[in-house]
Ligand binder design. Sequence first.
Ligand SMILES: C[S@@+](CC[C@H](N)C(=O)[O-])C[C@H]1O[C@@H](n2cnc3c(N)ncnc32)[C@H](O)[C@@H]1O
Length: 360
Amino acid sequence: MIPEISDIAVGEEISAIDRIVDGYKTYQVLRAALSLGLFDWLDEHGPATREEIGSALSINGMFTRSLFQTLAELGLLAQKDDGFSNNETAGRLLVKRSAAYQGDWILNASDEQGQWSHLEDTLAQTVPKNTGFSAGPGPQFLQALAERTLRGEVQDVTKILSAWDGFDTATKLLDIGGGHALYAIAACQKNPKLHAVVFDKPHVTGITEEFIRAYGMEDRITVRGGDIVTDDPGSGYDIVMISHLLYKFRADLPAIFGKVATGLRPGGLFVSNHWFCGPVCGEGSAGISELDRSIHSYGHPLCHPENFASGMFSKGLVVTKKTTVRSNFGQSHVHVAEKVPEHKSQVPEYKGSCGCESCR
Ligand SMILES: C[S@@+](CC[C@H](N)C(=O)[O-])C[C@H]1O[C@@H](n2cnc3c(N)ncnc32)[C@H](O)[C@@H]1O
C-alpha cells in the first residue's frame, strides 16, 4: 500500500522526541565548549566580546552568536552589554583550576572507547570488555572517576570513617584499589596523625602519585604497586578501605576479605563502599541512571548486601554498621566492620551472586 502523503500525520508527539535529539545537541555544545577551553579562557580573560573569544579560540564568527546565546540560555555564561563571562556554576564546575571541576567526567560520557558511544554494540555484548589486570584505568578515566567521586561520595564515606571511635588515634590507613587516592587524602586531611598507603596496579601508581602531589600529601601518603590477588599490601593498619573494586572478585570475596583481615591490627576497621545489583534484587534507581549502572557493572554486579557481611564474618571481620551514601548511580552501600579474632564456626558461604537475572 502506498500511503497518501496528505494523510500522513507526525503529530505534536514528535516534540517530545525532538527534545531528546536536542539534548544530544546541547551535550555537544557543552562538550565543544569544554574541549575548546572556553570556560578556562573566560576565567582568565573574561568578560570578553564574541569577536575576542572567537578569535582566541578559533571559532568561526558565523557561529559565535548562536553558540554563546545557547550557553547563556543554559545558564553557563553571563552576558552584560557585549561582554560574556562565566557564571557562578561554570566558574566552579567547568574551569579546570577549580577544586570541584567536572569537565573530565562530562567528556568521559562521549569517550570513543566508552560504553555509551556505540550503545547498540554495548547492548549486544555477551562478555565484559577490558577486565584483564593490564587493562585500564587510564589517566583520563581516573581523572573522570575522581571528579565523579567528589559529588558527595568521598565526603559521605569520610564522614562515616571519621565517626569511628578509633579514627582520631589511627595512624595507618590502607586503601586497596585506591586509584585517584581521594579517599586516603580526605581521611588524612581529617586526621593530621594519619599516614596512608594506596595500593593499586603498578601501571596506575604514577597517576595516583600525581593526585597525592596535587593535594600536598607526599609526606603522608605512599603508593604501592601490585595485584591484590597475588601481592601483599602490608600489615598493622588501623583502617583498611576498599571502594568500587570488589565487583570482579565477587566469586572469591572471602580470599580478599582474608587479605584485609591480615592487614588489619586487632580492633582495626574495614570500610567497604560498593553498588549492589539492580531492581531484580529489590534495589534500583530510575531509568537512565539504572541503565548507566548496569552498563558500568555489567557482568559482575554484587548481590544482596545483607549476605555480603557473612563473607567478612568468616574472616573475623564483624560488620558493625551498614549504611548507604550518595553516588552518581543512586545509592552505594557502605559496610563498616571491625576485626575480631577469626571466627571458627560455620557461616553461610557468600559468592557475591544470587543467580538473579542481572547476576547471570
Ligand atoms: C573503579 S576503580 C575505584 C577507584 C576508587 N577506589 C574509587 O572508589 O573511586 C578500581 C581501582 O582498583 C584498581 N584495581 C583493579 N584491579 C586491581 C588489582 N587486582 N589489584 C590492585 N588494584 C586493582 C584499579 O586500577 C582502579 O584504580
